[in-house]
Design a protein around this ligand. Structure first.
Ligand code: URA
Length: 434
């Protein structure tokens, strides 16, 4: 079999066999198939799609490109969560410590920034010393001793996804249902998750923008989980405006810390409580969703979630003084607040533009292997539906150079849309896929 034949077959909209998919993925993971062929193949998949059978085969080929963790001896029921990617999405940073406080142990494999969407690992690395490259042994030890692990793909766990993810980030092949579903589910299967809460984003700041597309993605992932003998629930959530206010690595860590300390943005708090509650429910620590929500709220108000976050930073080698005093986190050279030029109700704060501008500022990558700037980003000061007086604060740009600051200011002014009539706030969730 030749890689070029598999690429051409997908280019010509034909269905790939299980063997062809396994050949391509194992060849790419081992280095026999180079990046340029994998890029062409990923673009062909993105443009021409895959059948459900191909998507399941792709997921399993990526999951089995490395080791499969067996966490059964360490955790009663292995529960995990994953987001399909969004702007200002620091959900994992808040949810995991809350869920641990409800008695659910979590070993999570997270990702880096992808396109305009930030990544949990990049965010946590704003804290000096925080390690995201734990070995399998370290992962298991930490899960046993502490109960919470937040790490990245390793060369032994879902390595094919690790490589393809990095490649898609910079070759325009992110917004593809088959590639997103297989990327997420392969990581979950490799990390041994038995029950998974999927945070399926929809809106301008999501990779699949309409509620219908996001629902289709959620259904696909629930189906793959079923075929792999796992259980998944998808919560379709809004991503038309940034989640919370902060977008950018260190800025988001600071907002997550403030949230765990009890003074986070209301939308972020409610979003996180709902995701955490479904995890607690799937872990069978509560009989029904309302009592799960109550448990999570209790962990949020009694500060146990914050204590767990702090401890996680410590055990993964991070300098905990940065968690205690988030003002020590990296700071941009130029910080400029832009004010409203008129009064009115905000009818749109386009999350896609905010995410793209955070990449322009340096918070994301333009090409594979780029380093990122942890300090830069954007803080919006409002949510859709807010009434803002002329001259009130609209957004703050954290930049390291004037050119990107100017570009961001112009684009963000256009990304904020106004109405003279009152505007309904956006919902947090659109539905649950079980
Ligand atoms: N998250 C992932 O892990 N992969 C994707 O493709 C998108 C979001």
């Amino acid at each position: 079999m030749r890689a070029v034949d598999v690429i051409e077959k997908k280019r010509d909209r034909e269905e790939l066999t299980t063997e062809e998919i396994q050949f391509f993925i194992s060849g790419y993971a081992s280095g026999e198939i180079p990046d340029y062929q994998a890029s062409a193949w990923a673009m062909a998949v993105m443009l021409n799609g895959m059948t459900p059978r191909e998507i399941t085969d792709l997921t399993l080929a990526m999951a089995y490109s490395g080791d499969i963790l067996d966490l059964k001896g360490f955790v009663d029921i292995v529960v995990d969560k994953h987001s399909t990617g969004g702007v200002g999405d620091k959900t994992s940073l808040v949810v995991l410590p809350l869920v641990l406080a409800c008695g659910v142990r979590i070993g999570k494999m997270s990702g880096r920034g992808l396109g305009f969407s930030g990544g949990t690992l990049d965010k946590m690395e704003s804290i000096p010393g925080f390690r995201t490259d734990l070995s399998k042994e370290e992962f298991l030890d930490q899960l046993k001793d502490f109960g919470l692990v937040l790490t990245g793909q390793t060369s032994s766990l879902a390595p094919a996804d690790g490589k393809l993810y990095e490649l898609r980030d910079v070759t325009g092949s992110v917004p593809s249902l088959p590639l997103i579903a297989s990327s997420i589910m392969s990581k979950k299967i490799a990390a041994g998750a038995q029950r998974i809460v999927m945070d399926v984003k929809t809106g301008s700041g999501a990779f699949l923008e309409t509620v219908d597309e996001a629902t289709e993605l959620g259904k696909m992932m629930v189906q793959i989980a079923k075929q792999a003998g796992r259980v998944a629930v998808g919560l379709v959530s809004d991503m038309n405006q940034p989640l919370g206010f902060a977008v950018g690595n260190a800025l988001e860590v600071k907002e997550a810390i403030e949230t765990l300390q009890g003074h986070g943005p209301a939308d972020l708090v409610e979003h996180c409580i709902e995701i955490a509650a479904y995890m607690v429910l799937l872990a069978e620590k509560a009989d029904e969703i309302e009592s799960a929500r109550k448990m999570v709220r209790e962990a949020y108000t009694n500060g146990q979630g914050w204590e767990n976050f702090r401890r996680m930073v410590e055990v993964q080698g991070g300098d905990v003084s940065y968690a205690d005093q988030p003002d020590k986190l990296p700071k941009a050279k130029l910080i400029e607040t832009v004010r409203a030029f008129r009064s009115g109700y905000l009818s749109q704060i386009d999350a896609r533009v905010v995410g793209e501008m955070s990449v322009v500022l340096g918070a994301g990558r333009r090409k594979k292997g780029d380093s990122i700037n942890h300090a830069v980003g954007i803080v919006v000061h409002h949510k859709v539906g807010d009434y803002v007086e002329a001259g009130g604060e609209l957004f703050t740009i954290h930049a390291d150079d004037r050119t990107s600051l100017e570009e961001t200011r112009g684009k963000l002014l256009v990304a904020h849309k106004w109405s003279d009539a009152p505007v309904e706030p956006l919902p947090l969730f659109y539905g649950v896929i079980e």
